[in-house]
Structure formats: C-alpha cells, structure tokens
Design a protein around this ligand. Structure first.
Ligand code: FES
Ligand code: FES
Length: 169
C-alpha cells in the first residue's frame, strides 16, 4: 500500500484490517498520535486528512491511500514550533501531554471548519457567512477531544491566543 504522511511517501505491505492509527504508530513509528480509547470516544488519535480532522482509530488505513495525512510531527516548521504548539506551552494547555497532539490537530481543522461556515450546535444563525469563534463555540467545537488532566481551560486559552494573533491557519 502507498501512503503520504507529512509530505513523505511510504510504501509497505499491510494487513488490510490495520487502522490508520496503528499504521502511524506501529508501522511508521510516528508515535506523536496517541491511542486513548481506541473506539472513537476521546480524540487522542486525531489526525488531519486533506486538512480535515478524523479519529484515526476508527479509520482503516487502506482507505486513506492517495490522501495527504498530517500528524503532529508534520506541523512544526523546524526548528520553529507551529504557533499553536507554542501557544499551548505559553497558555498552560497541557499537563501530561497525552491528549495534546490530538487537541492541536483538532483545533487546526476546527478553525478551518468555522471558516467554511460549518455550524456547531451553538451556532445561532445558520445563514451567516462568517462564524464567530466565541469562547463557547470553541469549547463546543473542541468537545470531542477529552483531557483526562482537566487542562481544558488552558487548551481553549491557547486556541484563543493563537486566533488573536492570527497564528492559527
Ligand atoms: S483513541 Fe481514537 S478516539 Fe480515542
Ligand atoms: S494533558 Fe493530560 S490528558 Fe490532556
């Protein structure tokens, strides 16, 4: 099978039942993406596929051949961190860090969803072109990413800080 991950091409023989998460962690050794629940409940495994966030534990790798997969390892412009990664450090957006790669990938795609006009359950007017990412909208839109350390306030503060500096793409 052929995959493109973080701009790099990979070719490998793979059991067709392998999840995208296991492809990343066990076969490509990209262990930044975390396995929490392995059943779609926690968001720790969130990666980007063509810029859209998905739970990689629920995805069969075979379905994502020919797509551009981005993990947390692909976000930084080394030696510089991605601005949202820096904001997580500055705003105390983590404790143990286990959920953090998923939080960051999820937040990047979430901002794009809002820019495309994708509503959340809190969006008051479905006809508007521009959705204002208020504090409550951010919390709702990030509710699929759980943090067992309870760092949610810092996580939202980091996203808000990145948005305020227009650092989040
Ligand atoms: S590990 Fe995928 S949602 Fe929890
Ligand atoms: S920082 Fe520990 S689970 Fe989120």
């Amino acid at each position: 099978m052929n995959f493109s991950v973080n701009g790099r091409a990979y070719e490998l023989a793979l059991d067709p039942r392998t999840s995208l998460l296991d492809l990343l962690r066990e076969h490509l050794r990209l262990t930044g993406t975390k396995k929490g629940c392995d059943q779609g409940a926690c968001g720790a495994c969130t990666v980007l596929v063509d810029g859209v966030r998905i739970n990689s534990c629920l995805a069969l790798a075979v379905q994502y051949q020919g797509r551009e997969i981005t993990t947390v390892e692909g976000l930084a412009n080394e030696p510089e961190l991605h601005p949202l990664q820096s904001a997580f450090i500055e705003q105390d957006g983590f404790q143990c860090g286990y959920c953090t790669p998923g939080q960051i990938c999820s937040a990047l795609a979430m901002v794009e969803e809002a820019r495309r006009g994708v509503p959340s359950v809190l969006t008051p007017d479905l006809s508007v072109d521009h959705i204002d990412l208020t504090h409550d909208e951010l919390r709702e839109r990030m509710s699929g990413n759980l943090c067992r350390c309870g760092a949610h306030n810092g996580i939202i503060a980091a996203i808000e800080a990145a948005l305020a500096t227009r650092a989040a793409p």
